[in-house]
Write a protein that binds this ligand. Structure first.
Ligand SMILES: [Zn+2]
Length: 173
């Protein structure tokens, strides 16, 4: 479950259990990266792992490893170079997405930039249950943004933000 062809589906369609599984993995990640390495990770959990370590192959990162010319423009807005800070936090598309998601997130989670965001989730307070839910939502959004970006590159197809959010929301709440 949750592998192969399902990766192409919206997270919502793969079921809420996966979101919570991811949340558990992220909590363990905070305790020890060694624990993380021993766990067979669902694909979206590994996306989140690469995100947390700022190692997702965004265009600006890829350009450092190749001499071939890479077009650095963001696929989603075309207005800036694609680094992690832009793709996940500064891109107008991502900002719109977070704006909707913020209705379900703790107000102490700040999505203004990559650095601020990482800092705010590490300092997240509240009961373990509440933090787990916040991590689950965050993992869902990170996975979605990365997947949507990849899909845009492959098929040039992009759903409106409201449609994307509805898919996420329907299965978190
Ligand atoms: Zn953009």
């Amino acid at each position: 479950m949750g592998h192969g062809h399902e990766e192409r589906h919206f997270m919502g369609q793969t079921g809420a259990w996966e979101i919570f599984e991811t949340a558990g993995l992220i909590t363990k990640l905070h305790q020890s990266t060694a624990v993380w390495a021993r766990i067979v990770t669902p694909r979206h959990a590994s996306t989140t792992w690469f995100f947390m370590h700022q190692k997702l192959p965004v265009k600006c990162r890829m350009a450092r490893f190749t001499t071939q010319g890479i077009k650095l423009k963001c696929e989603l807005c075309g207005e800036a170079e694609e680094d992690m800070n832009h793709l996940f936090f500064k891109c107008k598309w991502a900002r719109e997405y977070w704006q909707v998601i913020h209705r379900w997130l703790s107000s102490s989670i700040d999505t203004n930039s990559m650095d601020i965001f990482l800092h705010s989730i590490r300092k997240l307070k509240g009961s373990r249950g509440m933090r787990m839910i916040a991590y689950a939502i965050i993992a869902a959004v990170i996975y979605q943004i990365w997947r949507i970006r990849n899909e845009k590159i492959i098929s040039h197809h992009q759903l409106p933000v409201q449609t994307q959010c509805k898919h996420t929301k329907d299965h978190i709440i």
